[in-house]
Write a protein that binds this ligand. Sequence first.
Ligand code: DQA
Length: 143
Amino acid sequence: MNILILNGPNLNLLGTREPETYGRATLADLEADLRAAFPGVTFAFFQSNHEGALIDRLHEAHREGVGGVVFNPGGFTHTSVALRDAVAAIDPPVVEVHLSNVHAREAFRHRSLLAPVCAGQISGLGMAGYHLAVRYFVEGRES
Ligand code: DQA
C-alpha cells in the first residue's frame, strides 16, 4: 500500500519549534519511525510552507492512486477553503492529524475547515497520531 505523509507550514521546524507544544522529534525522526514500524508500506513524505504546493501534492496523490493521505495542514487547517476543496476533490481518503490538542488551545484553532471532508481527525497524541492514522489505512476501518 502507498501512503502519503503530508505536512504543512512550519512543520519543517519540528524539533526546535515550541517543543513544549510540539515535542522534540523532527520530521526526519517521524519518517524513520514510520518506515521502521510499517515495513510493508511504501511511504511518500512531503512538507511545504505553501498552500498551492500542498494542493498540487494532493492532486498528485489522486493521480497516483495512493491508498491514503495522512495530513497535518498546520495553520492552514483553520483558514484554507482551497485545501478543503482539494481534499474533497480527490479519491484517496485523508486523515487530519495534529500533534497538539487543537481543541484545548486558542479558540481560533478549534475550527477545522478540512475535518468535515476528512475520514477523521486525530489531535493531541503527538507523533503517535501519524502512526495511528497509518494503522487505520493498513488495517482498515473494521479493526
Ligand atoms: C498543528 C496545530 C495548528 O493549529 C498549528 O497551526 C500548527 C500545528 C499541530 O500539529 O498541532 O502549525 O497542526
